[in-house]
Design a protein around this ligand. Sequence first.
Ligand code: CTP
Ligand code: MG
Length: 236
Amino acid sequence: MKATPPSPRCYALLPCAGSGSRAGAARPKQYQPVAGVPMVRHTLAAFTAVPRMARVLVVVAPGDEALQPPDAAVSIVPCGGATRAESVFNGLNALLAQGAAAHDWVLVHDAARCLITPALIGALIDACLPDAVGGLLALPLADTLKQEGADGRAAATIDRAGKWLAQTPQMFRIGLLRDALAAHAAGGFAGITDEASAVQAAGHRPLLVRGSAQNLKVTYPEDLVMAEIILRNRGV
Ligand code: CTP
Ligand code: MG
């Protein structure tokens, strides 16, 4: 009698190895306090509150000891790379080395997207688990889109119908995503700004799952103010 293969598990991988140059703070933005605690702590709290998450792996820069794992379900791995994609690629290899299987799922999520909620993570998992490829949280474009000309002025208005802004988490099979990223390693991961772009380049069509305008990524100083207001409004 053949043994039934174990059902795939879900892992979270949080790239947390950036320098936060656009946020203009003295330390990397993921460690800036928001509503009283470092930003990445809010991100971690959302993922560790999802019962279906087998483990959370946080990828930090080599030598970065700012973060201690809050419990046994979280590991901190100092394998951050020069780009976000390289940090994710190294993190996927670490997950596989720690015993994750190629057919397990991984949810990659920016440490700096600290307003993610367990409900949104759950919605992405529900949508992707039955899917052959996987997908990402994204938001239909709300504003009118302009194409800049060579003179820096608005040269064209691009039809916004069918255009989405990619968010995270992005959920794919670990093996599929690792191989999709590996194809860009020699080229320094040029043009790979999210997981879905690598998966698309490998010939797949990720699911677009509606995210939330509140799931913003802290990039500029004013985003930190927005994050603080939203977290306080949630009673955090
Ligand atoms: N990140 C990473 N490794 C890198 C670059 C980024 O793990 N080499 C992480 C960041 O810590 C962040 C997420 O990827 O959680 C999204 O990246 P981004 O918002 O661009 O953060 P930074 O690269 O830190 O900021 P900036 O681009 O302004 O320097
Ligand atoms: Mg960056």
